[in-house]
Each structure stands twice: as structure tokens, then as C-alpha cells.
Write a protein that binds this ligand. Structure first.
Ligand SMILES: [Fe+2]
Ligand SMILES: [Fe+2]
Length: 341
């Protein structure tokens, strides 16, 4: 507590004194780059949504799909607000300058995502209500944790990858023309946000005890439990939108394993070291609840048994390339994938 300039201050005068290895310096330079890329690639939400609505003559979707879009994108809307708040928490709490800059630019992006999604949903003709319990529990876990590693992993590597998998699936299903084009802009930003997790989580992981590492994995499993419960909740809506829920799980898992794989490798921790019964059970639950194709219970049980024992391999870092769409920035520049990280 600070009184009249005495005592501890929230200003970290030691922020430039923190020792860093060559590898850490490289990763922090990438964090700084996230901030500068965020500025260069920022798009004007009012212009982009306005132009898309004009181009397609408003929002066109049949009544059944409109209801499904409402239910799924209510979760996204509040998820964007949570992302805004969480990135602002990180911008405040991360100490190294470069990581703080990356989180700050993310907060700017999430503010844009939130108001544009709100305006889009208004154009769709509905008023967002409260979240169901599962998505709220998922977001609350990350909003409320004081553990920086859990917050960073939960936001950048779990929630962002879920959003990316969902956006990609809805975009590819071409449900509604305005949304299909809009999601390209969202994906480009969210893929950049994953970068902060991949580059800075290793610094936090390296400082952790084995016990803290196990606690982090337990936190991750709680998030996955609520994410699967959430997916079950809107499963029929995805089917209505022409999206296979299992396809989303597989795509999200690929991105999560890629992000976590990079972070654990940089921290020098063998991937999957903290493999435990809860994580193994979750893999089995996916096969029981979301089989790749309709199958009798005996087949699903067999697949669940195999999944329980299967080890997870780190995914490929190019799992995010699919999100680097060409967009028009607020500076009037057309940015291609080559302009990204
Ligand atoms: Fe976002
Ligand atoms: Fe994001």
C-alpha cells in the first residue's frame, strides 16, 4: 500500500531490470511485435460492418437458423466482453513491457469485437440475454483467477482457440453472408492473440513448481469440462447451422495442442508430463458424447477406451495459418497473410 509516496507502489520500477535469457528476449520481441501488428492490422468495425450490410442488403437467414445463430452468438458476444476484461487484467498485471503491450493491444481488439458483434446481433434482430450456466462458468473461471499463468493459458490458449474453431466452422458453413465475411476479420485478430500465450506462458511455466504445474493442468481440465458442457448445450444449434460439433472439437483440440506444445517446449517441460486421469477421462468423454459419426454405444465405448489411453502429441504451429485472412485495415491497406507474424 502506498501513502504519500511512501510504501510499495503499483509502478514496477524494476520492470527493465528483470533478467532474461536469449530465448526469452526473442519471445518478448515477438510479444512487442503483436502490439505493433495489432496497430497496423486494426480494422474499423463501423466501416466494415456497415459496408458488409450494404453489400448484402442486410442480414438474410431463415427463421430456424436465425434462432440457432442467436443462441451460439450470445455466447460469443459475452465471450468477447470477457476477453476484453481479461486482456485488460493482463495488461495491468503482466510486468515485462513487451507482454504488457501485447495484452493492451488485445484489449483494443476485443473492445472492437464486442461492439461489432453487438451491432451485428442487433441487425439480426435480437437483444442479447443472460448466458447459460456452462459458458458462464467457463468465462468466470478465467475472469476470477488470480493466478497469472492460469489466466493467460485459459484466455490465450483455451478460450481463443475455442473461438477460432467455432468461427472457422461457422464461416465455412456459409450460414449468413455478412457473418461469413465478418468472421474473417475476427479470426485474423484472435489468431494474433494466441501468440501472447505461446510466447509468454513459457516464462511463467519455467518459474513454477511441479505442484503448481499440476494445479495448472487441473485448471485446464475444469475449463475443458465446461467447454464440452457448453458445446452439448448448443449441439442442436450447430447441426441446424450445418456444422458438425465433433469437427469443432477436433479443430479446437488441434489448435490447443499446437499452442500448448509451443509453450511447453519453450519452457523445456516435456509435453503431456502432467497427464492424469481427469485429462484421460475427458478424451474418453468426447468419444462417448461426440462420436465422429453416429455409432451404437458399444462402438463408442470401445473408441472411448482407446482415447482414454492415447497420448496427446503437441500439434503443429501452422494450425493457425488458416486464420490469416486478407483484410482491409483502418488505414485503407489490404493486408495479406504475409503481413502477419
Ligand atoms: Fe475477440
Ligand atoms: Fe481474442
Amino acid at each position: 500500500m502506498a501513502i504519500a509516496g511512501f510504501g510499495t507502489s503499483q509502478l514496477r520500477y524494476d520492470m527493465f531490470d528483470l533478467a532474461r535469457s536469449a530465448d526469452e528476449a526473442r519471445r518478448l520481441a515477438k510479444c512487442e511485435n503483436i502490439y505493433h501488428r495489432g496497430q497496423e492490422l486494426a480494422w474499423d468495425g463501423k466501416d466494415v460492418l456497415g459496408e458488409l450490410l450494404a453489400k448484402h442488403g442486410g442480414v438474410h437467414v431463415d427463421e430456424r437458423q436465425r434462432k440457432a445463430l442467436e443462441r451460439v452468438f450470445t455466447i460469443i458476444l459475452w465471450g468477447e466482453l470477457a476477453a476484453w476484461k481479461i486482456s485488460a487484467q493482463l495488461a495491468d498485471r503482466l510486468v515485462p513491457l513487451e507482454a504488457k503491450m501485447a495484452a493492451t493491444s488485445q484489449a483494443m481488439d476485443e473492445a472492437r469485437h464486442f461492439y461489432v458483434m453487438h451491432d451485428y446481433l442487433v441487425a439480426l434482430g435480437f437483444k442479447p440475454g443472460r448466458l447459460d450456466r456452462a459458458p458462464q462458468a467457463l468465462l468466470d473461471l478465467v475472469l476470477d483467477t488470480d493466478d497469472l499463468a492460469a489466466k493467460l493459458m485459459g484466455m490465450q490458449l483455451m478460450i481463443e482457440t475455442i473461438a477460432l474453431g467455432l468461427f472457422q466452422a461457422v464461416r465455412e458453413a456459409k450460414v449468413e453472408p455478412v457473418l461469413t465475411e465478418l468472421l474473417r476479420y475476427y479470426e485474423r485478430d484472435e489468431a494474433r492473440h494466441v501468440g501472447l500465450g505461446m510466447q509468454f506462458l513459457p516464462t511463467l511455466l519455467a518459474a513454477m513448481s511441479r505442484r503448481e504445474g499440476v494445479r495448472l493442468v487441473t485448471f485446464q481440465i475444469r475449463l475443458m469440462y465446461w467447454a464440452l458442457t457448453e458445446l452439448q448445450l448448443v449441439r442442436d444449434d450447430f447441426v441446424t447451422l450445418g456444422v458438425d460439433p465433433r469437427q469443432i472439437i477436433d479443430s479446437v483440440r488441434k489448435k490447443q495442442l499446437a499452442g500448448l506444445g509451443v509453450a511447453y517446449a519453450a519452457a523445456g517441460i516435456p509435453f503431456d508430463r502432467e497427464r492424469n486421469v481427469a485429462a484421460m477421462s475427458l478424451n474418453a468423454v468426447v468419444e462417448l458424447m461426440f462420436p465422429p459419426a453416429p455409432a451404437p454405444l458399444a462402438h463408442r465405448a470401445r473408441a472411448a477406451w482407446d482415447a482414454f489411453w492415447r497420448r496427446s502429441e503437441p500439434g503443429a504451429a501452422d494450425a493457425f495459418d488458416v486464420h490469416r485472412h486478407t483484410i482491409r485495415t483502418a488505414r485503407g491497406v489490404v493486408a495479406t497473410a504475409a503481413d502477419d507474424l
